[in-house]
Ligand binder design. Sequence first.
Ligand code: 0A1
Ligand code: ZN
Length: 884
Amino acid sequence: MDIRTDPTTPDDNPEMADAAPEPKEPPLIRREDYRPFPWLVPEIALDFDLGLEWTRVKARLTVARNARGDRADTIRLHGDGLEPLSVAIDGTPTDGWTMDEGDLILPLSGDAHEIAIETGVNPSANSQLMGLYASNGMLCTQCEAEGFRRIAFFPDRPDVLSTYRVRMEGPRAQFPVLLSNGNKVAEGEASDGRHWAEWHDPWPKPSYLFALVAGDLVARSDEFTTMSGRKVALNVWVREEDLPRTEHAMESLKRAMKWDEETFGREYDLDQFNIVAVGDFNMGAMENKGLNIFNTKYVLADPETATDGDYDAIEGIIGHEYFHNWSGNRVTCRDWFQLSLKEGFTVLRDQLFSQDLQGEAVKRIEDVRVLRSVQFPEDSGPLAHPIRPDSFREISNFYTATVYNKGAEVIRMMRTMAGPEAFRAGTDLYFDRHDGEAATCEDFIKAMEDGAGLDLGLFRRWYSQAGTPKVSAELEHRGETATLTLRQYVPPTPGQPAKQPMPIPLRLALFDRETGAHRGEELVVLEDEETTIAFAGFSTPPVLSINRGFSAPVSIERQVPRDDLVFLAAHDDDAFARAEAMQELVVGHLVAAAGEGLDAKGRGQGQDAIAQALAAVLDDDRLDDTMRGELMVLPGETYLAEQMLVADPGRIHREREGLKRWLAGELGDRLRALHARASAVPYSLDRGARGARKVKTLALSYLAAGDPDAASELAAQQYDAADNMTDRQGALMVLCGLDSAARTDRLIDFYRRYEGNALAIDKWFSLQAMSLHPAAIEHVKALREHADFTLRNPNRVRALYMAFAGNPHAFHAPSGEGYRLIADLILDLDPINAQTAARFVAPLGRWRRIEPKRAALMRAELERIAAAPGLSRDTREQVGRSLG
Ligand code: 0A1
Ligand code: ZN
């Protein structure tokens, strides 16, 4: 039951809410306090009597003393908003239990018992979308991290592993499909049009991997034969009208299954694999054993409604959840501090999968862009934490870019240092050693040391220290020798004022200016605070290409002559490094322009160098368009702000837009020619056609900065000619930033065309919220009143408000209105969906790095939130940390 449906809780009763004392600060949970659970629960049988408004749950647990745990004469079963309707021990009903903060405490005297508890929940009242909830007439569950305790009393912690037997019964007309983990072992008819199914999962698992789905669904079905010749039945379950949009998800799943066999030697281990798409979901997807539950956004695709980016995201997330079957499910986490054990590793696995399918360089550039724009700001702000945190109050707040993406980078560094083959030996050993266990990050590191032959002694610091290391690189040339001096510095972060140096693997190459070639790439591991390396045999000063492939998640700080960057942008044979040089060139210019400022001469030189490099990118016919597109993308405003101690978002925005305008003026003919060439390429999902679509919209957005009227016409043409969502969305994105009649017409057209298609309408909300239009705030204020807007659907909330919070010129409006809008949202959403509400705190939390006027306004909004009564644990923790 959702706690807010219980009339005795203060939330529901205004008088009590007034009288209730301010909730005390939720307790801090520390990694060092870990103790094994005193009881094992080898088996659990669950019996569900299903209903949208009332589902009765009977749980039968077999428990036995855990020889590794402390001796206890009670057992604590977690509960959140549950009431025990009946309790029995070894078949005898008892009322000898007590409740403590929602948990049920039972006395247990012997070494082994059977506990039976009955309880019930109201799935329709569950707006938090944790536990058992109703979405669009179907029932589904989300248990990670601590949702199972909202369904049944249970030791809801990842180190308690049980085999699950699940029986469910309900009206056939309402719930024709009944799914749970593992294999279906029996099914049948019951009286009054009811039916039932029984599922058994032979693999012991923690409660967070439990899942149940009941609804009116249809499946796209297929089959996969594993490397040992077993046949696995595959199903993607959706609402009937969505069936035509499931092909890509199914093909992605089959590719993922094959790839994991070939690349990591991992085979699937059940007779069936089910994916269910649900429209109301807090995150992207969930890896429940044998029954993955997905946000519809990451399942449904066809050319008419999904962009190329959507296709890629679906492939990556289907892979991610599937890969969890080994990295997460077969080997799970001992406690939630180890979250990166499964998430960092699985993100790396999904990145490598997508890299193999989509091409290494472009995927790497995109992954690094995400890291820099989302994780770097986290690492330099008040919410910074190590990939293995030391403490938390609410674990939902730690599903972060740090745990996921930086976690992946840390494991990627091990792979870089070991090489792919030794790395594979390490992962083989890890899976062998810990199969069926709840493991720790330390277990993974040890397996890498033993299996891959690495010494990770000091490297462990990457797990315990937060903050993005800064590495300065100075190259000196004397006589025939080039000397490289590398220095590292890890900035202080909350709770960690002083840092120690960490091993940093840097792939680097020195280019000969004359020949344009280098003598081979080297891997240098910077172990100490400072290292000097001499390279002999250079009669002229070489050009340094460093951190190639982004071999370490650090920020490189160096003074490079502009000519060297132009050289690398044109000559580097590492595609990633080439894009880096291009970025460095632009970042250097914009940071100078938006910071201390540039005189006319400096500005002119900077702009010329960028125009020269961009012209080379546009002219180079050896480049394919997907890569050309990456080279055309200007660094984002958040990343630019990140390069400055204190940033003025208004100036950054003006300078970046100004540069775009200037480039469009200089390179207008080329950009128009590119748009025309790309527009002639017919739609397909081939790399060439996808690349053409990418550069087409990029060219358009430059042109829009240069000549808005002409671009408006071109964008309207692109919109009208579009036979796919990539072109249509791209055109509408550009139009949304312009003040033209075409903007209004096409927005109306888009809405009418896709009315009723939630995912497409989400795009319609987002495009307006992230637009360059000066009145974007007004648009967002109108959209929150739109009949299709609701706080109950996380996708819709994110579509409007995350897009807005990521739109610097609007979010950082000097009036502070953007901050107020987000704070109002947090306060309105918190009682409905605390997990989603808490995610909006981070943008306000960056105040320390923003110029003083805006910073004060941001802080004031955080204080307004903090003062509100009855805040959730999720939001309270994030606001508290942000105010610091
Ligand atoms: N383990 C999932 C992410 C996830 C986490 C929490 C959730 O609760 C709402 C849902 C999903 C993954 O990494 O894909
Ligand atoms: Zn994951």
